[in-house]
Design a protein around this ligand. Structure first.
Ligand SMILES: [Zn+2]
Length: 154
């Protein structure tokens, strides 16, 4: 109950304002804007994942040369049929020609394959690459290292 200045009770009636056309329009515009932003955010996050196919992860890196000890053969031809050279790596589940960026070493290209037990297969994505070196001594010197590897294209 409300009272006026003289102390008499005064009935105060409040009216609920009916939403006008513009109130409704504003509500829908806001809703559509928020929905658009959410869709845009989802779209952008899925895109950035696509560009960085596998992101940078630590892989096991080993080395080999074209000798019989390393390959069981010594013709120096990769599984893709190319003349092996420094810059090529062996990996089993990445297509030939896939470029990988190895932390501190640069960009290498998958052109060879290795033992499934070590390098995995199409369905078994082992994080391991074999780096080609021209001589057995260089391969031995590299030994086994663990470095961040980024798959640049798949
Ligand atoms: Zn060797």
């Amino acid at each position: 109950m409300h009272y006026n200045r003289n102390g008499f009770p005064v009935e105060v009636r409040t009216y609920r304002k009916e939403p006008t056309f513009w109130d409704k329009a504003r509500f829908y515009v806001c809703a559509v804007l928020i929905a658009t932003l959410i869709i845009l955010a989802i779209f952008l996050t899925s895109c950035s994942k696509g560009d960085l196919a596998y992101g940078a992860e630590v892989w096991k890196l080993t080395a080999y040369c074209p000798c019989v000890k390393c390959c069981g053969k010594s013709d120096g031809i990769t599984a893709s049929g190319r003349k092996a050279r420094y810059g090529y790596v062996a990996g089993n589940w990445l297509a030939f020609g896939t470029k990988v960026k190895i932390e501190g070493l640069g960009i290498f290209e998958v052109q060879d394959r290795g033992a499934r037990s070590h390098f995995g297969s199409k369905n078994d994505h082992k994080k391991r690459l074999d780096i080609f070196f021209p001589t057995h001594q260089e391969a031995l010197r590299f030994g086994v290292q663990y470095k961040e590897v980024e798959v640049l294209n798949v």
